[in-house]
Design a protein. Structure first.
Length: 85
């Protein structure tokens, strides 16, 4: 336990008001940065799912018609071709 005299003798040097303001501004900017990064992540996911995936699907269907083979997903990350009957 710390004695009363020990606490009275303890010297505390808080940062200046200017430094405190800089720390507060840095924190606010850091929070805003995280919000913007989250928004970028959400928009990227939206565009990938809503625009790019349908385009890839259309491309796969066109290639299937051209070659006579259907693309079949067999395992995650792997696609195999199956001859159309």
């Amino acid at each position: 336990m710390v004695s009363k005299q020990g606490l009275e003798d303890l010297e505390v040097n808080p940062p200046s008001l200017e430094q405190q303001a800089k720390v507060a501004e840095f924190f606010s900017l850091s929070v805003r940065e995280q919000q913007l990064l989250e928004e970028i992540k959400n928009r990227k996911s939206f565009y990938t799912q809503g625009i790019l995936m349908p385009m890839a699907s259309e491309s796969r269907e066109a290639a299937s018609k051209k070659t006579g083979f259907d693309a079949v997903k067999s395992t995650p990350g792997q696609t195999q071709l199956r001859a159309r009957n």
